[in-house]
Design a protein around this ligand. Sequence first.
Ligand code: SAM
Length: 326
Amino acid sequence: MDPMKKAAELRKFWHGFWPARALITANNLGVFEATKQKRDSSEIARKLKTDPRGTEILLDALAGLGFLKKSRGPHVNTYVNTKDTSTFFCRGSAYYQGDILRHAENIWQSWSSLDNVVKTGKKARRGQVNFDFEAFILGMHNIAVFKAAPVLKEVGLKGVKSALDLGGGPGTYAMEMIKGGVNSVTLFDAPETVKIASRFIKKSGVSGVKFLKGDFLKDDIGRGYDLVLMSNILHSHSAGDCGLLARKVKAALNPGGRAVIHDFNLEENRTTPVSSALFSMNMLVNNAGRCYTYSEYKSFLKDAGLSQIKKTVLVDSIIVQGRFLG
Ligand SMILES: C[S@@+](CC[C@H](N)C(=O)[O-])C[C@H]1O[C@@H](n2cnc3c(N)ncnc32)[C@H](O)[C@@H]1O
């Protein structure tokens, strides 16, 4: 390939953060709430209490990226949301992604320490100031809103009377289990998460979810469950802690009960899909985890004493199930 073309192609990698930063900043400043109706840039800057020049340059870039429609007039130019922008970035929409986008600001900060984390092995997250914990937890709902129903359909809830949503976050999966007819659903999570989840579940109008607070690595997670869901929790933990958790889950299951892992799908080569390989870096800068392969998930469950282990790949996720035969 022509070296000039190749270099231009390569440049896209290190400029890749530009659109991300424009979107994160727009979300942080509330741009898409201000552009629900057509407005010119000085009006938007007044509403947002931002610098007019900076605002106009940001608005033009957002329009160029396709997030805003710009209309050029004889005196002023106006900007308004596109249909997708209203669907995904304006509060009140069922598919709102603004919380997980707020969480991208948390991630931005931890990724900025990647050089040091790779050099020293020390986590960036530890001691990170201004970590928006609520954005992280509510952001989990922004993702799960598309996934909870198909994942639980694949898992199957027939015959499940009592279920545990371990590290259930905002409770999207727990609520879906209630809707799926499970009589007793318990969400276990850290106290600060349970505070957010109980408020969020109440606001969602679903009743019946029970809560257990604590550290699932150290505290009692209850027992007598027909199903324990571990959705997107193992990737935050070391392989040793994943094994420990699998053993605790097995001990909490009724005979015939199932342990279900739902997480990122990572091929055995650990390089593809590249989104999962990159997500492992996201864990590297935040905690002791990474994405695991099916062989690794299988070992966690098998070593804990679970049988009939099987997997399903659902778009970018993997579901791994094992049964406690009693
Ligand atoms: C990535 S979120 C996943 C939320 C939800 N299961 C989902 O799939 O949408 C991980 C959750 O695990 C919880 N968590 C992580 N470590 C924990 C621990 N040691 N004890 C209890 N909860 C923990 C976090 O508070 C968070 O709610």
